[in-house]
Design a protein. Structure first.
Length: 331
């Protein structure tokens, strides 16, 4: 009897080891690189967290041009990586093509829907987090003028901008918001010099707070704010530490959780396909308050943003989704 029990335990252990061995994750980052301190780096942080907790290695690839997307995904699939997570809406066409070729593998994509039975699509309510940092920008501004610098001029980034303006105008209906986009190609995510120039132009026009949603380009925006003695607002990852005292806050987009959950769910046989949308209610977006910016956020500012957060979650405040309706109600 004892032998049978021990044999059963050993068999279960072997099954667990065999199952774990089947998990062979991979990540394909978007333009800008995995150390952009923003969108891609959030994905990297999630993959690293899984690696540390599960003791399972993963592979990754940094896309340098559009032609590499499909090639990277297919190479990982051919080598049996599973799941494969693609970061960024620009990967959609490549994911759709490769996922069809490898129907037994699991794929995930962030920021776009790919409607296939082996793909998980992960979207975020960026407008909700942007609304909150827009409120903070308006409350912090002394000039009544603030700015926004986006990366690639696409509806997703217009979504950030619209939510930001909406939140700012909820505080000050007369506030002026300057808006610039960096470019129309993938190179717009990796041009910090241009980001700094755009931010400086907005500061020269009187803005004293500028929010960036521009990947690695946004690092130039934050640097320009520090150089001018103004305030920048970070995005995706917590960027408060990059220039303590001049980064007012960061709009958090929990891409780290999306990647971690994709790996973890397949490991635990809990994988689901279809799409999910993560907003304030799901802790998918938010804003960063830590030792680097706590002196910049007054109790009154925090209280107003906390109140708005609860009202958005409860549906009392409905932030416009530019992706659903490309007519922003405020400008």
């Amino acid at each position: 009897m004892r032998f049978t029990w021990l044999a059963a335990v050993a068999a279960l252990a072997l099954i667990g080891q065999a199952h774990a061995a089947e998990i062979n994750p991979a990540v394909v980052y978007d333009m800008g690189g995995k150390f952009d301190k923003s969108f891609n780096e959030a994905a990297y942080v999630g993959a690293e967290r899984f690696k540390t907790e599960a003791g399972i290695e993963y592979r990754d690839f940094e896309v340098q041009n559009d032609s590499q997307r499909e090639q990277a995904l297919r190479n990982f699939a051919r080598r049996g990586h599973d799941p494969i997570v693609a970061i960024g809406f620009s990967q959609a066409q490549a994911v759709e093509k490769v996922a069809k070729e490898f129907p037994d593998l699991h794929f995930a994509i962030v920021d776009m829907v790919v409607d296939l039975p082996n793909v998980r699509s992960i979207l975020f309510r960026e407008e909700e987090g942007s609304y909150l940092v827009g409120m903070l920008a308006a409350m912090k501004s002394e000039t009544g003028k603030i700015g926004f610098v986006g990366g690639m001029d696409v509806p997703l980034i217009r979504k950030f901008a619209c939510g930001y303006v909406e939140g700012a105008k909820a505080i000050n209906p007369d506030i002026q918001v300057f808006q610039n986009m960096t470019g129309t190609t993938g190179a717009a995510w990796n041009d910090p010099v241009r980001g700094g120039e755009l931010a400086k132009s907005q500061f020269d026009q009187g803005a004293d707070v500028v929010y960036q949603a521009a990947g690695a380009t946004g690092l130039g925006v934050l640097q320009a704010a520090a150089d001018a003695g103004k305030f920048g607002i970070g995005v995706d990852s917590n960027q408060n530490h990059l220039h303590p005292g001049t980064v007012l806050t960061s709009m958090l987009k929990r891409v780290d959780n999306a990647v971690y959950d994709a790996f973890q769910d397949l490991k635990n046989d809990q994988w689901t396909n279809g799409f999910e949308v993560l907003g304030l209610a799901q802790d998918g977006v938010g804003w960063a308050l830590d030792e680097n910016n706590k002196s910049l956020i007054s109790d009154e500012m925090k209280a107003k943003v906390d109140e708005a957060t609860q009202k958005i979650i409860a549906g009392e405040i409905k932030v416009h989704d530019y992706m659903a309706d490309s007519t922003c109600p405020v400008q």
